[in-house]
Design a protein. Structure first.
Length: 352
């Protein structure tokens, strides 16, 4: 009895020469098509692409990268993907990179300990990228300098990183000041603050701006209350603020917590903005649909992403700058119907 065995076939990677033979063109033409070069007649390009598909050809990106000295890829490390700001910033980076002909490799860093962060960084040596963008805060980057791949340029998004040469950041403190000064300008004696989590650097910067504006105006600085960026945390903290009859103005560290505050104020019978004016931060599309529409500090995430990518590519092409370079993207206050004049009995300035 003869055992039926499948005929063995030698597996061989399809080469550029195979594609050229199938399409009836030179290998140089195949290379141009594979690299996206425009100088190929459209009909010829379609013939080469058809041959690639028929043969199952895939360009050897690693070999091409070695030849050209570029992987056409940017690496993005992010400590969280759970907040709206981080998601929109990473989206902006990816879109801006794509517009420049670069792919994006995203590496989430969910480690809760420094050892866990270090383990992620130790694997970066294997990453085939032209530059790195670090959406991480300074305490997590304690050992980054000695663990980053040698020769790979880095753009940081935290100005507190001591060894950072190129930084792109949003003016968080300036946004906090804008929100607070707007409310003071409406006649409110002081401004309460519903802050983000204690571990967040953007939250800390927004607190700085709030406090500085009150201090410069000679106003009382109330104790802040904290949330965790979520609607529910805004509601729980908002219940505390709603019980304070002296609270007529609240600056919330993001729009989601402002929505929770809306609910807490409504349950306490306090109207926005007639009894309490509210300002958020982020200027989300949802905030524009709140009732009433939310006054908010606008962050230009698209501009942040564009500047991160532009800075990374400049490092790739020109090398490190002679001096540290910090790019601060400004914020803007967008005024809507959630803010108004202070109630008459509380509109007098508080004593300095």
């Amino acid at each position: 009895m003869t055992e039926n065995r499948p005929a063995s076939r030698e597996s061989r990677r399809v080469s550029m020469a195979d594609v050229a033979a199938r399409a009836g063109v030179s290998m140089q033409t195949v290379s141009r098509v594979a690299n996206g070069t425009a100088a190929v007649v459209p009909a010829t390009r379609q013939r080469v692409i058809r041959a690639m598909n028929e043969l199952g050809y895939r360009p050897n990106s690693a070999a091409r990268a070695l030849k050209l000295g570029s992987f056409r890829t940017l690496g993005v490390l992010s400590h969280t993907l759970s907040t709206l700001g981080d998601v929109r910033t990473i989206e902006a980076i990816a879109l801006s990179a794509a517009a420049e002909g670069y792919a994006t490799t995203l590496i989430p860093v969910h480690a809760t300990s420094q050892a866990g962060v270090d383990r992620v960084f130790s694997r970066l040596q294997e990453l085939t990228v032209d530059a790195l963008i670090l959406n991480m805060e300074a305490p997590m980057l304690a050992h980054a300098a000695e663990m980053l791949p040698p020769g790979v340029p880095v753009v940081y998004m935290d100005p507190d990183v001591a060894e950072a040469q190129v930084i792109v950041d949003t003016d968080q403190a300036g946004g906090g000041r804008l929100a607070t000064e707007h409310l003071l300008g409406l006649g409110h004696r002081t401004v309460h603050h519903l802050a983000g989590p204690e571990t967040s650097r953007p939250a800390a910067r927004r607190i700085e701006g709030w406090r500085a504006a009150l201090r410069d105006a000679g106003r009382e600085i109330p104790p802040l209350v904290r949330g965790d960026w979520s609607v529910e945390s805004g509601y729980l903290a908002g219940r505390e603020l709603a019980r304070d009859p002296g609270c007529t103005a609240v600056f919330c560290a993001n729009d989601q917590m402002a929505l929770g505050l809306y609910r807490a104020l409504a349950e306490a019978g306090r109207r926005v903005p007639h009894d309490v004016s509210v300002v958020g931060f982020d200027d989300t599309a949802d905030g524009r649909g709140y009732a009433p529409p939310l006054t908010s500090v606008h962050q230009d995430f698209a501009d942040v992403g564009h500047r991160c990518v532009a800075s990374a590519l400049e490092l790739v092409r020109s090398g490190p700058p002679p001096e540290p370079r910090i790019t601060i993207v400004p914020t803007q206050l967008v005024v809507r119907e959630s803010t108004g004049p202070a109630p008459a009995e509380t509109s007098r300035p508080a004593p300095a």
